[in-house]
Design a protein around this ligand. Structure first.
Ligand code: GLV
Length: 299
């Protein structure tokens, strides 16, 4: 078994009780190192920054299972794995609440200019309270448009009533275009697939309200960052908040210079509770396959 990141010893010992385990303890594995360390292994426990492409899968004959510690699996060539009889698993459910909570943190941060305010206070340039100072926008009475009808999208929508918002789901309540035109907050929760790459492009951004907020906690490439920077600069939309980026950890240069975008470093599932549960589920999946049982959460 190859595990590409350090995992808690209590979980690691469940693996070690059953098989030989090679754990990489550096922060990442270069593709060539991943390839050579994977030779002769039956199972792989990996993270979303590990690329599991056709080339790699072709080079490892003994591999039976790829267990991603993530719900998204756009880092894995699933058809190439399937055609070689390699089972792919992910970690759904256990990260739904954490990601929904982070989404609301970002919605609130963008609506109330939290990042901008923080930067001002820390810079020592705050001049004091004023009637018209750093006014944001209220959520009550507004419409939240959710793109992505999966677990996370629905968990985000379910929390809308706590803030007095109405929630609409794309393709359930209305078309994506109708949602873009009518929503005050648009939140993206779709997986990254060829048909969702740059789903939010210049054209989509231009359809949104000038007062709207765009939030992305799904996958960076669903939003065309260049187009988003343009829309924010031209004030075609009021603000945005991003947890994910097109070329992580690189963030589009122009976004870094804008005040009306909240930028956080891919933290959707980053709570102690959730990460523990994700690692546990990933290990249970890999163990199930090597012990001849059906995986718990196959892709
Ligand atoms: C995180 O981005 C995940 O897909 O789990």
């Amino acid at each position: 078994m190859l595990v590409t990141r350090r995992i808690p010893s209590s979980v690691l010992s469940r693996l070690e009780a059953v098989c030989e385990v090679d754990v990489n303890d550096s922060p990442g594995l270069a593709p060539a190192d991943l390839r050579s360390r994977l030779q002769g292994k039956a199972g792989l426990v990996c993270v979303l920054t590990d690329r599991i492409d056709e080339d790699l899968l072709e080079s490892v004959q003994e591999l039976k299972v790829v267990s991603n510690i993530a719900v998204g699996y756009d880092n894995i060539d699933v058809p190439a794995a399937k055609s070689r009889g390699v089972i792919v698993t992910n970690t759904p459910d256990v990260l739904t609440e954490a990601t929904a909570e982070l989404t609301w943190a970002l919605i609130l941060a963008a609506a109330r200019r939290i990042g901008e305010g923080e930067r001002l206070v820390r810079s020592g340039r705050w001049k004091g309270w004023a009637l018209d100072f750093m006014l944001g926008t209220e959520l009550r009475g507004k419409q939240l448009g959710v793109i992505g009808r999966g677990r996370i999208g629905r968990a985000v929508a379910a929390r809308a009533s706590a803030f007095g918002m109405t929630a609409v789901l794309a393709k359930t309540d209305m078309s994506i275009d109708e949602l873009l035109v009518s929503s005050d907050v648009v939140s993206i929760h779709t997986s990254l697939r060829p048909e969702t790459r740059h789903l939010i492009d210049r054209k989509a951004l231009a359809r949104m309200k000038r007062s709207a907020i765009l939030v992305n906690t799904a996958r960076g490439p669903v939003v065309d960052e260049e187009a988003l920077a343009w829309a924010l600069k031209e004030r075609l939309i009021a603000a945005a908040a991003l947890d994910v980026y097109e070329r992580e950890p690189i963030v589009h240069e122009e976004l870094l210079g804008l005040e009306n975008v909240v930028l956080v470093p891919h933290l959707g599932s980053a709570t102690r509770e959730t990460r523990t549960a994700m690692i546990d589920l990933a290990v249970s999946n890999v163990l199930a396959v090597v012990q001849g049982r059906p995986p718990i959460t196959p892709v």
